[in-house]
Design a protein around this ligand. Structure first.
Ligand code: SF4
Ligand code: FES
Length: 161
């Protein structure tokens, strides 16, 4: 586990951990992790919260790690390829996935601004709080599970006569 160096810190202000080998570096922002476990299910030999470090960077190929990181819905995980492989791409469309009993998963090029245009975050993956109880608003922090947040089923499409 490497400490984040000064340049990495500037590029990814919320990153607390970077895990690297000569092929890929993985960035993790624990404040954004809501334990959806997509990474753990996708590549358990690499992403194992019971191990230290919890990211075993040499346990899979850079392609496998990159592919799994793209399933992280919150943007807590990012990567940079050091081997000339494809970097994280930009999506042409932005989508919002309304999660049952949970947050809004957004994919696309998203910039969240606060008062005066202050950029709170700019990223391609985010989970925004829908229950109103997150301690990290506007982002989901997993509190919806603790409070038993429930949403109604999505309404049926309007019937045409
Ligand atoms: S996929 Fe992302 S949000 Fe889910 S457990 Fe892994 S790092 Fe956390
Ligand atoms: S929706 Fe997850 S904390 Fe509100």
């Amino acid at each position: 586990m490497d400490a984040v160096n000064e340049n990495e810190g500037r590029k990814h202000p919320g990153v607390e951990r970077a895990y690297r080998n000569e092929r890929i570096v993985v960035y993790w922002e624990p404040k954004l992790c809501i334990h959806s476990a997509n990474c753990i299910r996708g590549l358990p030999q690499v992403f194992n919260p019971a191990a230290r470090p919890w990211v075993a960077i040499d346990a899979a190929t850079a392609d496998q790690i990159a592919e799994t990181i793209m399933t992280c819905p919150t943007g807590a995980l990012h990567f940079a390829r050091l081997d000339g492989g494809p970097q994280e791409g930009q999506l042409e469309t932005t989508t919002i996935d309304v999660r049952p009993n949970g947050p809004l998963y957004i994919r696309g090029h998203v910039r969240i601004e606060g008062p005066g245009g202050h950029v709170i975050r700019e990223d391609t993956r985010m989970a925004l709080c829908r229950c109103g109880q997150s301690n990290n608003k506007p982002f989901c922090d997993g509190t919806h599970r603790q409070i038993g947040f429930r949403t109604n089923p999505p309404s049926e499409p309007a019937q045409t006569p």
